[in-house]
Design a protein around this ligand. Structure first.
Ligand SMILES: [Fe+2]
Length: 384
């Protein structure tokens, strides 16, 4: 039988109001002088300010670093390391959506390293170059339900010299404790709620469809898919539905837990489109989803029929495809890239970038340039 490596050990404190337990979580992680890292957009919002106040009221000397762009660059990490070292901090609270969580994790990882960051890109065993003693502990607090980076062991940083996203990986970049408090997601704009929720769905779906023997991932992915289908429309209709938001937060963590198995063409196409047109990551995934299912059909038909049965649909591939299209319609996701203000002028470049994207290898049919362009063309025309 196939040999495999499975890694699922994150400690998560889940539920409304659990942010109040952040002081104990820091103590459990061995952090007494935390640096809270988040993005510049989030820094001034009540969700961040209330968290800082909570820590100050508990007598914890907390610093704030928020010089982080939505698609974080290496300069953001370098600036954060400087603040961490000069402030005498001994750990990081990675706080926010994908950018705050990823930069926070990478700053903690780089805190005591002597080699440059790109030496630790997720290639082969490059992570073994790191000094484990120089990695500071991390407590992660997601404020969106999508990326799932709180349960991951990597951070995505853009190399501003090549305009490509690179993955920095180390097993000890996994947060010691996660506080998953759905109340923190309540203030999100609707567009972000939908985009991040569809990102979680894309993570679960692509992990489930990726080839390879990983029954833990498959089991987690199908339940994550069910949670998004049932709860994203509820939150869209009523943004104050904290219970439904909780289920989305679970689905986000489940998606990122499952996708160590692999991702696929949705992400491989979404990454270049996002890099070239600055579109929202999760929303771009949502646009590509049905077109990728159509092109992957031969390889995923039986799997998706089984998934449909689990979701209470007719046990067929078509039933799942139609459910995805209906969900997008209900959430006002654009049906075509054209509606998303993407034009065809960079078609060739997008094809070239998609096939070398780190996620392309997880697609259930080989993502050749022809196939990538076929998906792109369908997404431009709205031809499922
Ligand atoms: Fe994603």
């Amino acid at each position: 039988m196939t040999k495999a490596n499975w890694n699922y050990p994150t400690a998560i404190k889940f539920g409304p109001g659990r942010i109040a337990e952040l002081p104990e979580a820091l103590k459990a992680a061995g952090i007494s002088r935390p640096l809270l890292v988040t993005d510049s957009g989030l820094a001034g919002l009540p969700v961040t300010q209330n968290t800082l106040k909570l820590l100050k009221d508990a007598g914890i000397p907390v610093g704030l670093f928020a010089d982080v762009k939505p698609n974080p660059i290496s300069a953001n990490v370098e600036a954060g390391i400087k603040v961490l070292r000069e402030g005498g901090h001994d750990g990081v609270i990675a706080f926010g959506g994908g950018s705050g969580l990823d930069v926070g994790k990478v700053i903690a990882f780089m805190a005591g390293q002597t080699r440059p960051m790109w030496d630790f890109e997720d290639i082969g065993d490059w992570w073994t170059r790191a000094d484990p003693a120089g990695i500071f502990p991390i407590v992660a607090v997601p404020t969106t339900a999508g990326t799932g980076s709180e349960v991951g062991r990597a951070g995505v940083i853009t190399d501003e010299t090549t305009h490509t996203k690179k993955v920095i990986f180390h097993p000890l970049m996994m947060p010691k404790v996660v506080i998953a408090d759905p109340e923190l997601t309540v203030g999100m704009p609707k567009f972000i709620t939908v985009g991040t929720g569809m990102d979680a769905l894309a993570h679960c779906l692509e992990a489930y469809c990726a080839p390879g023997y990983h029954p833990l991932a498959d089991g987690i992915a199908v339940e994550g898919i069910r949670l998004v289908f049932e709860n994203l429309p509820k939150v869209y209709a009523d943004p104050l539905d904290v219970e439904a938001r909780g289920h989305l937060m679970s689905a986000a963590a489940m998606g990122a837990t499952a996708f160590q198995k692999g991702l696929g063409a949705i992400h491989a196409l979404s990454h270049p489109v996002g890099a070239l047109y600055d579109t929202h990551h999760g929303m771009t995934n949502a646009v590509f989803m049905p077109y990728v299912l159509a092109v992957n059909r031969v390889a995923v038909e039986a799997k998706l029929a089984r998934l449909s049965a689990y979701l209470g649909l007719a046990p067929t591939y078509e039933a799942f495809l139609h459910a995805v299209i209906a969900l997008r319609l209900r959430l006002d996701v654009p049906h075509t890239l054209a509606e998303f203000k993407v034009d065809g002028s960079k078609r060739e470049l997008i094809g070239d970038m998609a096939i070398v994207d780190p996620t392309a290898g997880g697609n259930p049919v080989e993502l050749t340039k022809d196939r990538a362009l076929e998906i792109f063309d369908r997404a431009m025309e709205g031809r499922v």
